[in-house]
Design a binder for this molecule. Structure first.
Ligand code: AMP
Length: 280
């Protein structure tokens, strides 16, 4: 396993790497969700590359960039055990040198939900993923459904800009009680951790209603909200949204065959959790 810190060296190594090359972009603090992506990338490709980069441009000024968990040594051990060939772990000035001034601006797909709650977030995500795609020129790139809108933004960018990458979406990995794994779960107090599965329970309530034939997105949303409002530790619901699973457009009345994503962002104390389910 080679650990590389500069764009130039990563580019050179990827150019001569055996193909196909699979890329797994991450921000580190790896858990079983990340490892499900690397496992699939390992199985599908001759070369497996993983990036570990806490990307400053996707964090807002009042977000947790400075305190985001960083566990590089342990991450490298896990990646070595997974048979990773290349780890790209640059520091921010390597990715954004002085004078950096070109960004990717995603369109409507990035407007609602996370895009509305975190202005500039997807501009940062799209820019860094475009850079990672350009540096590594992957045949395939792996993303988790956990960040459902992020996958939609990347798929749209990949199509609109003819980047030619096979974007693979992997299912959300959960703890046994339903909580979607996330590096940010480490911020939860014991009490909050006990309450946290309420997010998935809320989404499941909406999902079962849909499976029972409910056509009205508003009613699905209310069903999820009712569950969330029953948990006193939920300090705020940023959103519950019922959207088209591909375009992220808000969906009102729709036939049950239409693929919907039901997504939520919820605060438990000061910790912000996101999750979603896809139905149809
Ligand atoms: P992050 O390090 O949070 O940027 O995540 C890196 C990749 O892992 C993204 O594509 C995430 O969607 C994916 N990921 C994070 N958590 C999970 C999870 N619980 N299940 C599946 N994929 C995940």
């Amino acid at each position: 396993m080679r650990v590389v810190e500069t764009c130039a060296e990563m580019m050179a190594l990827c150019k001569e790497a055996r193909r196909p090359l699979g890329l797994v972009p991450t921000m580190g603090a790896l858990h079983d969700g990340h490892l499900s992506l690397t496992r699939q990338a390992r199985a599908d490709n001759a070369t497996m590359a993983v990036s570990i980069f806490v990307n400053p441009t996707q964090f807002g000024p009042n977000e947790d960039f400075a305190t985001y968990p960083r566990t590089m040594e342990r991450d490298l051990e896990l990646l070595e055990a997974q048979g990773t060939d290349l780890v790209f772990a640059p520091l921010p000035p390597e990715v954004y040198p002085e004078g950096f001034d070109t960004y990717i601006e995603p369109g409507e797909v990035a407007e609602g939900m996370e895009g509305a709650a975190r202005p500039g977030h997807f501009r940062g995500v799209a820019t860094v993923v475009a850079k990672l795609f350009t540096i590594t020129r992957p045949d395939r790139a792996y993303f988790g459904q956990k960040d459902g809108q992020q996958v939609a933004v990347i798929r749209k960018m990949n199509a609109d800009l003819n980047l030619g990458v096979d974007v693979v979406t992997m299912p959300t990995i959960r703890d046994p009680d339903g909580l979607a794994m996330s590096s940010r779960n480490a911020y939860l107090t014991e009490e909050e951790r006990t309450a946290a599965p309420v997010v998935y329970r809320a989404l499941c309530a909406a999902e079962s209603l849909r499976r029972a034939g409910e056509r009205d997105g508003g009613k699905l949303r209310t069903a999820a909200l009712d569950v969330l409002h029953g948990e006193p530790l939920v300090s705020r619901v940023d959103y519950v949204s019922v959207v088209d699973a591909e375009t992220m457009e808000w969906v009102g009345i729709s036939p049950v065959e239409r693929r919907l994503m039901i997504a939520a962002a919820v605060r438990l104390g000061s910790v912000r959790l996101i999750d979603n389910v896809v139905v149809g």
